[in-house]
Design a binder for this molecule. Structure first.
Ligand SMILES: [Zn+2]
Ligand SMILES: [Zn+2]
Length: 223
């Protein structure tokens, strides 16, 4: 995507975002676009309704929408030990997890509604009830394997890691024996989910995830 096309897309998508979130502003920093302001939401889960608002700062990468924006919470309400990286960027999930959610619309509004609001809601929900509404993952390689176990509905990390290894090669061979260990062909086993993941993003992301997942021993997922 050219620079002009990127700018047009960001401006157009921001207009749509503002129809629902009027307290957010778009800034052209000369190096790229950022969004700041107050994000309000009202969501409900398990009969618990939460209405709240957070002061946020979003950085839109130059490669957007081929790269996902990052978000920070600016008023210090979210503590460092709640899914936050050292640079204060909020942890919205593992890379593939984020891509699958972002791809649902590939817009700024979708990014806010499918990734940012659920994250802020989870924080409020935990503050209120002491538990996470949608489950919780570890960070780093362990979290990545937890994600793939969930995504492929597998019980052991080694099988998830083998599927991830195949994703990192960027090739789908339907007649290949599925790496999960079932003995079936990929196409009639985990093929559908495999293809869905493969289409969600660039191969380099899987390579990075696989590298992180390699450093862990063979363990079973929690639960
Ligand atoms: Zn996290
Ligand atoms: Zn399989």
């Amino acid at each position: 995507m050219t620079r002009v096309a990127h700018e047009d897309l960001v401006k157009k998508q921001f207009q749509e975002l503002q129809t629902k979130h009027q307290y957010l502003q778009l800034h052209d920093t000369g190096k790229g676009y950022t969004i700041s302001g107050h994000l309000t939401f009202r969501s409900e889960y398990a009969g618990i309704e939460i209405q709240d608002g957070f002061s946020i700062f979003i950085e839109i990468p130059a490669r957007y929408p081929d790269a996902i924006p990052t978000v920070k919470e600016m008023a210090g309400r979210i503590p460092n030990n709640f899914h936050k990286f050292d640079n204060d960027v909020l942890c919205l999930g593992t890379p593939t997890d984020q891509w699958i959610k972002f791809n649902q619309s590939k817009t700024l509004l979708g990014f806010i509604e499918n990734l940012v609001v659920p994250h802020l809601f989870s924080f409020c929900f935990k503050e209120k009830t002491g538990r996470m509404p949608f489950g919780e993952r570890s960070h780093g390689g362990l979290g990545i394997l937890e994600f793939y176990c969930e995504y492929f509905e597998l019980k052991d990390f080694e099988a998830a890691r083998k599927l991830l290894k195949l994703l990192a090669t960027g090739s789908y061979r339907r007649e290949k024996t599925c790496p999960c260990g079932s003995g079936r062909r990929l196409r009639s086993c985990h093929g559908k989910k495999f293809l869905e993941a493969m289409k969600s993003q660039e191969v380099s992301t899987f390579k990075g995830e696989y590298k992180q997942a390699l450093s862990l021993g063979t363990k079973k997922p929690r639960n």
